[in-house]
Structure formats: C-alpha cells, structure tokens
Design a protein around this ligand. Structure first.
Ligand code: HEM
Length: 217
C-alpha cells in the first residue's frame, strides 16, 4: 500500500507541475503535451506502470479492509472515534470516488469522448499553428463547463483529503514515523495536500473566472 501510494503521489505531483504550464500559455503546454505524446517509448511504459500501480494500490486497500473486518466481525455498538481523523476513516470511499473520477478524466482529455465533455465540441481536431494538439484550447473549452469544473474541484478535493492522511500513513508503514518525526510528518502531509489542491484547482477556477469576467463585461 505504502510503496504504490508513494509512486502515485510522485505522479500526482509531476502531473500538477506539468499542468501548471497552462499559465505559461498555449506554446508551453502544447509543446509539453506534444513531447509526451510523441515519445511512445516513454509514454506507454509510464501508462502501463501507472495502471499496474493503481491496480495494486486498490487491491491492497480492499485486502486491508477485509482483514480489518475479519479482525472484528461484530461492529462496535457505540463507536465514537477520538483519534482517527475524518480523512483516515473515509480512505476506502474517497479512493473509490477518485478511481471513478480518473475514468471520467481519461475519457474527457485522453480519449476525448465528445459526448461526455458537455461543450458539444470535438476536442480531437483541435490543432495549434504548429500542427500540435491544442491542449490549451481543449482545457479552456473543457473547464468552461461549470458542471465539469465543479466535478474536477470536488474530485481533487477528495484526492487531497485522501493524501492528507495517506502521505503520513505511508511514512508510518515504512517505519519512519516515530514520536519525534510524527508531528512534522502529519503537518507536512496536510501542507502537501493543500498545495496540491490549490495547484490542481487553479486551472478550472481561472478558466471559470475569466469566462465569467468575459460575459459580465
Ligand atoms: C484540474 C486538474 C487536472 C487537469 C487540468 C488535468 C489535465 C490533463 C490533461 C490535459 C491530460 C491529457 C494529456 C494529453 O493527452 O496530452 C491528462 C491526462 C491524465 N491525467 Fe490529468 N489533469 C488533472 C487532474 C488529474 C488528477 C487529479 C489525476 C490523478 C489523480 C490525473 C491523472 C491523469 C492521467 C492518469 C492521465 C493520462 C496520461 C496519459 O495520457 O497516459 N489528472 N490530464
């Protein structure tokens, strides 16, 4: 669980940094997307690696939930959590919702299924002047749909709630969370989750705000 979680965390950080090139303009993000798409010897091993990592992470989560249930088949009559945080108690549920979001996200921006983007436009033929896929325009069209943006913001919020506990739990599983480091690790996980949340929602929020600014003028 910890090893696959660590790999997924690195992906989430890398993907956010890559996405933030949106703010550098169309040239930067389209060049970046073109670089990833045209290097199949990097793209496919990373895709397959990610898929295997997600599958192992979900499998570990389900096995762990089963072990927990088997250890105490009778639920507590009156259970009042006093140390387990909300994030830690909802890890399985937030994880499953994030998995559903990833399926939508892949259909939205990677497979580019027109029927689910709610803009009525096909993202596949969007090209820039250099003949590259126009990811910048695709993101603007995609996030101009308030419902789609709201879904992304909620899903990223859940992902960050999941990480605010998951990062600390990862250090604990690896045996690095002792009483000296525990407060730093717990605060660090929450801070990392907050930075990721702000970094990810920056794009849909800025598209929605500029769209609203445009129509109110
Ligand atoms: C607002 C937030 C996000 C934006 C703007 C965004 C943007 C994108 C874009 C544009 C692509 C397609 C890249 C391309 O085909 O060239 C993509 C692919 C992908 N995204 Fe995101 N993403 C966001 C959040 C997330 C999150 C939270 C996750 C996972 C937890 C995620 C996982 C992925 C994966 C796995 C791919 C597929 C990469 C591939 O083509 O193999 N994304 N994202």
């Amino acid at each position: 669980m910890a090893a696959t979680g660590a790999l997924l965390f690195l992906f989430v950080v890398g993907h956010m940094v890559g996405n933030l090139q949106f703010f550098l303009g169309a040239e930067a993000i389209n060049r970046y997307g073109h670089f990833l798409q045209s290097n199949v010897e990097i793209l496919w091993p990373v895709r397959i690696g990610l898929l295997v990592t997600v599958a192992l992470h979900v499998w570990s989560a389900i096995s762990l939930a089963r072990e927990n249930k088997a250890a105490r088949p009778e639920p507590y009559a009156n259970w009042q959590p006093n140390s387990a945080s909300y994030a830690s108690r909802t890890m399985l549920m937030s994880g499953l919702i994030i998995a559903a979001f990833i399926v939508y996200h892949l259909l939205h921006y990677t497979v580019m299924v027109k029927e689910i983007n709610m803009s009525g436009q096909d993202f596949r033929p969007l090209m820039d002047a250099e003949g590259r896929h126009d990811i910048h325009r695709m993101m603007i069209l995609g996030f101009s749909q308030p419902l789609v943006s709201a879904f992304y913001i909620i899903a990223v919020g859940l992902l960050c709630l999941h990480l605010s506990h998951g990062v600390g739990a990862m250090f604990q599983s690896l045996g690095w969370k002792n009483h000296v480091y525990a407060p730093v690790i717990d605060k660090g996980s929450k801070l990392a989750a907050l930075v990721l949340f702000l970094g990810y929602i920056a794009i849909p929020v800025s598209v929605l705000v500029s769209k609203c600014g445009g129509c109110c003028k």
